[in-house]
Design a protein around this ligand. Sequence first.
Ligand code: GTP
Ligand code: MG
Length: 322
Amino acid sequence: MTKNSFKSGFVGIVGRPNVGKSTLMNHLIGQKIAITSGKPQTTRNRIQTVYTDESCQIIFLDTPGIHRAKNRLGEYMDEVALTVLSEVDLILWLVEPSDFSGEGEKYIARQLKLARKPVILVMNKIDTVDRKELPRFMELYRKLYPFDEIVPVSALRNVNTDNVLEAVKARLPEGYPFYDEDTVTDQTMRQIAGEIIREKALRCLNDEVPHGIAVEICSMKERQKKKGSASVDGSAEDHKYEDPDTLWDIEANLITEKDSHKGIIIGRGGSMLKKIGIQARRGIEEMTGAQVNLKLFVKVRPDWRDNPQLMRTLGYDLKNRR
Ligand SMILES: Nc1nc2c(ncn2[C@@H]2O[C@H](COP(=O)(O)OP(=O)(O)OP(=O)(O)O)[C@@H](O)[C@H]2O)c(=O)[nH]1
Ligand SMILES: [Mg+2]
């Protein structure tokens, strides 16, 4: 491989909350790394993933949705997203297909102008509208910013996502790969496990409860199962695991801001916590390919989203950004 025949670079995925940034990134790399949910402000940190083929390597940086922050965690998330604009070779601005563009869109357009990078507008969720409307929506966005290209897609239904890859490839600089071809993400198993637990909590809970949740992995240890022993829960379904000899013991805290939320998270007779725990265990088993023994506890940390010290311990630290 010569340098001239290969392209590589960093691509930031930005936009308002809930427009499908993480869903798109997962589809582009063909693996679920970033968690997704129907609730806005799901992604809280920058999440790097790597796509490699024979002609290019694209390093995607998924970001928190840019929004009007209501607490320090929100300010942190906006800062993470805006910092990415200066770190990348190319930007994907994701929007939903509509004729609405408000202060949020104008703010993002201003930040893009300051960044002075090539920008591709990705109009996502086209499965939710009449296709005949798309040219009109695109025209409205074209007035906001001189995009290098506009690509309509449905990340959820995997429609046109190859066109995003092609549009990115066409604009990547020539260069060597930054990572070996087996590298998929910068996230550790511990971080991904924590995010899977948070995703299940986000999806199971309603109203304002999910936004105040954080996950703390207290311990995550791998051990060899004793030969001939049945599964921990006695189901003896070890054949379903890719790695049937390994068992992960995980203890984690679901952190919440209010005592009243603690009761909701635990649920009647512990039913909600059990539901979140079962879904999270299955998700982590898919990720590790091995059996998981997950113990979940609920802890109250009043107003942690406005407490820089607590935020840092929960993984939201600009100086040591993950
Ligand atoms: N109908 C439809 N829904 C989609 C599409 N892409 C994503 N979604 C849904 O939109 C919701 C938000 O998706 P995410 O990928 O979490 O959005 P995000 O932009 O990463 O959100 P934040 O991390 O909160 O900024 C989820 O319920 C997705 O299933 C799409 O193409 N069509
Ligand atoms: Mg996201």
